[in-house]
Design a protein around this ligand. Structure first.
Ligand SMILES: [Zn+2]
Length: 138
């Protein structure tokens, strides 16, 4: 009885840690497609600006400062989408690794968890079975 309560008590932080890791999984706040679309808009604006400057509608200092703004925006959007792309790769890699580990755990649970006498699968590595109290492992 005490062993079972203890096992649950020990298991709780483990479970909540896993839950926290789960909730920190990718939330796509700035989709890559959105970044690309915004970059295209900036390039469109830049073209318009060029056109209006050629047409003599914009004074040179205005044109230059606006152009610098657009170019700066385009550069930061470019950097952001590169970062997003890199992040996606990292996340995919991480997810594969987590998936592989979960599969491994399902196929072969560590022997310390399972009671040789009653077959009870303890939620954490224990010295004594949480179900029947049999000494497990080493
Ligand atoms: Zn047992």
């Amino acid at each position: 009885m005490i062993a079972a309560v203890l096992a649950v008590f020990v298991a709780v932080p483990l479970l909540s840690a896993e839950g926290a890791a789960g909730s920190s999984l990718p939330v796509d706040v700035t989709p890559l497609s959105d970044l690309k679309r915004r970059r295209l808009v900036v390039y469109e604006n830049l073209k318009d600006l060029e056109f209006e400057f050629q047409a003599g509608k914009i004074a040179t200092p205005d044109y230059q400062s606006l152009k610098q703004n657009y170019l700066g925006e385009a550069a930061s959007l470019m950097a952001a989408s590169q970062e997003a792309e890199h992040l996606k790769e990292t996340e995919a890699l991480l997810e594969r690794e987590i998936g592989a580990r979960r599969a491994l755990r399902k196929i072969a649970p560590p022997p310390d968890y399972v009671c040789p006498r009653c077959g009870f699968e303890n939620p954490v590595p224990v010295k004594f079975c949480g179900e029947c109290g049999t000494k497990i492992g080493h």
